[in-house]
Design a binder for this molecule. Structure first.
Ligand code: TXA
Ligand code: MG
Length: 316
């Protein structure tokens, strides 16, 4: 019974332990956001550098004022429109959030996840959950409980299994500079959707060594197998006729004939492709290829977010 599992996760979290939780984007590695020790364990288990702050997951828009202050009008509009959902807001933090959560920044990243299991869990707790994606730092994010099991199973006491993640790609992150919204990480909600709600938004999604949102670190979300992004997939297929290569494609491609490939959406549907992206990367990574060639997506809507992850997955 799911209820028993949710209770078990709640119990462990109340004891200060770290557990994996499902969200609609990717699985998270969660701990009590008010408990420094629990948060410290998250960084250790994930091998995440301490300069990279975590997202705090809360149960409702109403809870926001418990942890954030000086909330811009547009932030509240976004929260009301997209929560529960795959939008993270970076806002001035209240003192109740320990500085380890925010890597000493004066801001906190926060969202209300929409996965019903995790919403039930949050409603059972008297604290919010700090949770990065439940993957070892730099590796592909998990979109199924089995991905978490494989990567971190021996380091955590429990994985709350909520099935496959519906969105399959991390939340979109928006902060404010002089009260103007700035998009720090493209993600499961497209720029177009955000702009429909609050108007024009600037993107600062660049890679840097100490970035505003280190999801922006240029090497990230990477399989162990070398991954190459291809602008011209047909040329790449022909070029690698004799190589041990796996292809990651948007949709089925007749040129491939007997080559090994995974296609993300045979109806050319970007939402479906995003949903399948990480699972396909996990799968290709386990198939023993010398390298993986990934096809670039059309650069609009969720295609932008998928291309962003593919570029970051590409190793130098
Ligand atoms: O969809 C998601 O956002 C998933 C699920 C589990 O909620 N979480 C996730 O967490 O992707 P993580 O830790 O992998 O990425 C969090 C991102 C990082 O890029 C981090 O730098 C940024 O959020 N971030 C956190 N706090 C921040 C802050 N105060 N200012 C700017 N960026 C922040
Ligand atoms: Mg991550």
């Amino acid at each position: 019974m799911m209820i028993d599992e949710i209770n078990k996760a709640a119990q462990l979290l109340m004891e200060g332990k770290v557990v994996a939780i499902p969200t609609e984007t990717v699985y998270g590695l969660a701990g009590n956001a008010f408990d420094e020790n629990a948060v410290k364990q998250i960084f250790e288990i994930k091998q995440r550098p301490l300069f990279n702050p975590l997202i705090v997951h809360i149960k409702s828009v109403d809870y926001l004022e418990q942890i954030a202050k000086d909330i811009p009008v547009k932030a509240l509009e976004l929260a009301k429109h997209f929560w529960p959902g795959a939008l993270t807001l970076v806002l001035p933090k209240k003192d109740i959030i320990p500085s380890i959560v925010t890597a000493n920044k004066e801001t906190v990243a926060v969202r209300v996840p929409s996965h019903p299991v995790t919403l039930q869990l949050l409603n059972r707790l008297e604290f919010p959950l700090a949770a990065p994606s439940a993957n070892p730092f730099g590796y592909i994010s998990p979109t199924k409980a089995s991905h978490v099991e494989k990567q971190l199973g021996n380091k955590i006491p429990f994985i709350l299994d909520g099935g496959s993640c519906e969105k399959g790609i991390e939340s979109t992150i928006i902060g404010f500079e002089n009260d103007e919204p700035v998009l720090y990480r493209v993600g499961a909600i497209s720029k177009e959707e955000i702009e429909k709600c609050i108007g024009k938004i600037i993107i600062k999604n660049n890679a840097a060594s100490k970035p505003e949102a280190p999801g922006m670190l240029s090497k990230h979300y990477s399989p162990n197998t070398k991954l190459l992004v291809s602008n011209g997939i047909i040329a790449s297929i022909n070029e690698h006729k004799d190589n041990n290569v796996g292809f990651l494609l948007f949709s089925d491609n007749t040129e491939l004939q007997k080559r090994k490939f995974i296609s993300l959406s045979d109806n050319n549907d970007l939402e479906e492709a995003a949903q399948n992206l990480y699972a396909a990367m996990h799968e290709l990574d386990a198939m023993g290829f010398d390298f993986i060639i990934a096809e670039l997506f059309p650069n609009s809507g969720l295609g932008v977010s998928i291309n962003d992850r593919l570029h970051r997955a590409q190793k130098d």
